[in-house]
Design a protein around this ligand. Structure first.
Ligand code: GLC
Length: 534
């Protein structure tokens, strides 16, 4: 039976990137008490849930997506008791908490990998990972997502697979111990009260048994070729049984605990297989994130994803930004159709910031008008752009080094948030320290410059979230209108003007909110979204 009233079906879920949200102790790195101290603002914003990127003990070679202990909190972020406090405080404010689970790989500092190193070739300890002995040459031609070979050789001659950084060895999901361990990790956090898990690289856990050669390099969030068979390391049939077993565990707990797939899988009908009724609840809609700012493509991706999810009874999700992509306020400041780039540096072409923000506000209002569940990434509610001129010496993303500096990487979207215009580190923490430098122009984006200011991006998000709830848009449907990029969702008309001329609203339309002011004649200008009732 489908639970059509479940909280997550229409939820707006806000991604907190703990390193960069709020720093309580002034060391320049965000932490869990920092998050707890700022929950009040998220409540004011009107979101339903937070998803926390990893805060577990980690050497931080991939900003915490290299987990050394799945049941703890890294001292940089606090201690286990701080996680409990955060969960309790969030629940007290009516906010659900989703944590990140990274099952494809561990850190090379995880006790299991250390034991595998010590135990040597042929040992059961090595069976938990993907070790091969193939002499001087790597076992196959697979490439790491971050660049270079996906294999690393140990001094004893064995090679191990790492689809990401060399410090992120892939687990062997054919090993029952691995399966049992993650069921236990799920229970550990469910028992602590979390409302769900965002599952990292959910399409990667099972590898094709023969490890067939494959020379194409996959890119972060890059969809698979919808026409061809899946590559031997992604979207293998065996992953689904794993999620069915996890689902059975989640269903033992009350309150609607959820699994969210981060899976770079295409086409939409194939991704929908991750959210069949006995598997996960949601999957990120990256084709929507990647759709160009053009009405035909947007309409096509909206229709395709709604249809694919409806077919399996799942809710569709929408997302424009996260910690892996150039922020949409900057992406949309490039000429329409520019492919998403893997980071931006000072010498690269720069976006038009004003145009980017204008379109970003329109894109967000369009997204929040769609039925289903929407994901926001911290800072977008302030209209934050990417840091596109960060000096290269600060870069920490492993993709920067591993790609031989061909890719700037993801640091530009991970810069600590500005809360107070006139405070040290713009109020990120009590000192000037900030693990990545904040641009000098960020005072204008600070929360305290936007609160209560009509037309600010913060107030636009708040208004949209409250109207979305009031009009039940998350539970609605899309009915396309003729003559413009417009759809009806319940009693609300959502219209975006992609054309070069201002457009009129239908007679009798009553404006609810617009991403920019209407023109003097009450028409909708270019690159503006409005919500209206008829
Ligand atoms: C996911 C994460 C990304 C990380 C990668 C490896 O794509 O979102 O940040 O680098 O997995 O864990």
């Amino acid at each position: 039976m489908l639970d059509t009233d479940a909280w997550w079906r229409d939820a707006v879920i806000y991604q907190v990137y703990p390193r960069s949200f709020a720093d309580s102790d002034g060391d320049g790195m965000g932490d869990l008490p920092g998050i707890t101290g700022r929950l009040q603002h998220l409540q004011e914003l009107g979101i339903d849930a937070v998803w926390l990127s990893p805060f577990y003990p980690s050497p931080q070679h991939d900003a915490g997506y290299d987990v050394a202990d799945y049941r703890g909190v890294d001292p940089r972020f606090g201690e286990l008791g701080d996680a409990d406090k955060l969960i309790a405080e969030a629940h007290g404010r009516g906010i659900k908490v989703i944590v990140d689970l990274v099952p494809n790989h561990t850190s090379s500092e995880h006790a299991w990998f250390q034991a595998a190193l010590a135990a040597g070739p042929g040992s059961p300890e090595r069976e938990r990972y993907i070790f091969r002995s193939s002499g001087e040459e790597p076992p196959n031609s697979w490439k790491s997502v971050f660049g270079g070979s996906a294999w690393e050789r140990l001094p004893d001659g064995d090679w191990y697979l790492h689809l990401f950084d060399v410090s992120q060895p892939d687990l062997n999901w054919d090993n029952p111990e691995v399966r049992a361990e993650f069921l236990d990790v799920l229970r550990f956090w469910l028992d602590r009260g979390v409302d769900g898990f965002r599952v990292d690289v959910a399409h990667g856990l099972v590898k094709e048994a023969n490890l067939t050669d494959w020379t194409t390099t996959s890119t972060i969030l890059g969809g698979l070729d919808p026409a061809g068979p899946p590559p031997p390391m992604w979207d293998q049939e065996g992953v689904h049984e794993i999620y069915r077993s996890w689902r059975r565990v989640l269903d033992e707990y009350p309150g609607g605990r959820i699994l969210v797939a981060e899976a770079w899988v295409a086409p939409a009908s194939r991704l929908a297989r991750y959210v069949r009724p006995d598997e996960m609840h949601q999957a990120f809609n990256f084709p929507y994130l990647d759709a160009p700012w053009r009405p035909a493509e947007l309409r096509a991706v909206i229709d395709e994803t709604l249809e694919a999810n409806d077919a399996v009874g799942a809710t569709t999700t929408w997302v424009l930004s996260n910690h892996d992509v150039v922020r949409h306020a900057s992406r949309l400041g490039f000429p329409v159709g520019t492919p998403r780039m893997p980071g931006i540096g000072a010498e690269d072409p720069q976006p038009d910031a004003a145009l980017g923000l204008r379109r970003a506000r329109a894109a967000t209002l369009l997204m929040l008008g769609l039925p289903g569940s929407a994901y926001l990434y911290q800072g977008e509610e302030l209209g934050l752009p990417e840091h596109t001129t960060m000096p290269d010496e600060f870069r920490e993303d492993p993709a920067w080094e591993r790609s031989g500096h061909a890719e700037r990487g993801r640091d530009g979207c991970r810069v600590p948030l500005p809360w107070e215009a006139d405070a040290p580190s713009y109020g990120f923490g009590p000192t000037d320290a900030s693990w990545l430098p904040q641009p000098a122009t960020w005072a204008e984006y600070a929360l305290d410059r936007q609160q209560g200011v009509p037309g600010s991006t913060w107030e636009l998000y708040r208004t949209a979230l409250s109207l979305r709830r009031e009009h039940g848009l998350g539970h609605g449907s899309v009915v396309w209108q003729e003559d413009a990029f417009a759809f009806r969702n319940g009693d609300v008309l959502v219209l975006t003007n992609f054309g070069s001329e201002a457009v009129k609203l239908p007679p009798g339309a009553r404006l609810l909110v617009s991403s920019e002011p209407l023109d003097g004649d009450g028409r909708v200008p270019t690159d503006v979204t409005v919500w209206a009732t008829l």
